[in-house]
Design a protein around this ligand. Sequence first.
Ligand code: HEM
Length: 319
Amino acid sequence: MDGEFDERGFKDVIQEALVVAATPNIGEFIPFLDVFDLQELTRRMKELAKIFDDFFERVIYEHVQDSKEDKKTKDIVDTMMNIMQFGEAEFEFDRRNVKAIMLDMLIASMDTSATTIDWIFTELIRHPKVMKKLQNELEQIVGLNRVVEESDLEKLVYLDMVIKEGFRLHPIAPLLAPHESIEDCTIDGFDIPKGSRILVNTWAIGRDPEIWPEPEKFMPERFVGSNIDLRGRDFQLLPFGSGRRSCPGLQLGLTIVRLVLAQLVHCFDWELPNDMKPNDLDMTEKFGLVMARAQHLRAIPTHRLENILGISNEQVELS
Ligand code: HEM
């Protein structure tokens, strides 16, 4: 089964799992049809689960072998294995939990950050004035003699607005994760019984003209003087969800997105190949738990930071 990872690549298999998980399963809505698995989603999910399980078994095996040697650095799998071995958790914690956490971390972290960067960077290429304004901010704060570092990020106010605007138009989990109401409640006059499955359509909220003027426009300036943040406090912008089940990787994810985007924009000027115009970029979305761009973005970088990066100009594929 590892063969499937080797042949298709880890990212591809994870992406398939996200599509299967997001596809509405008719058997969940009409329970007596569940057993027939009409869309073959359950069958495929079981196959994928087996592929992941075999892979994580191999990871655990390798860690057990390595632990016999005196390793200097320990990773998250070593830590979980220790907790399991010495019964340090105050609840049942076995091999299945170790594998489930590994799967959770990989699925939740890999595609999310990469897809976010892909969308926001595409918007920057479609909006050269915004790209230029961001480059000016980077020039002022960082200069042109060194690369952006994590410690610069707090000072990059316009970058922050660009990222919020990107998340508003392209929340990578458009329906968040399915939630369940734990008690009866009424929202906006709608009675929601305890135990209902709740899907929060952040994609639609982000494009609601009653909340966002000219919602289809990519306009980071709409955040000037606003204190709307991304942490789930402001319900009109929920790219990481809200409350107890919101994204625990927010800090890491946001730092990666800010740093990578800042470096891409700061280090390079970008143009589209084959005389393509920014407006010609295909913005079609691809369905999945993480909603990615359907088409790969191709752009040509020219480096701006003289004498710092020994990188030649070439066409790169960002997704
Ligand atoms: C830009 C990057 C990321 C975005 C946009 C993002 C977004 C989200 C969203 C929308 C949810 C569902 C929240 C809800 O339904 O209320 C979620 C859950 C989760 N995220 Fe992230 N995420 C990102 C990066 C990460 C990273 C880097 C990690 C881990 C290292 C991570 C780990 C998780 C986990 C474990 C959950 C499930 C939490 C739970 O069910 O209680 N995420 N994320």
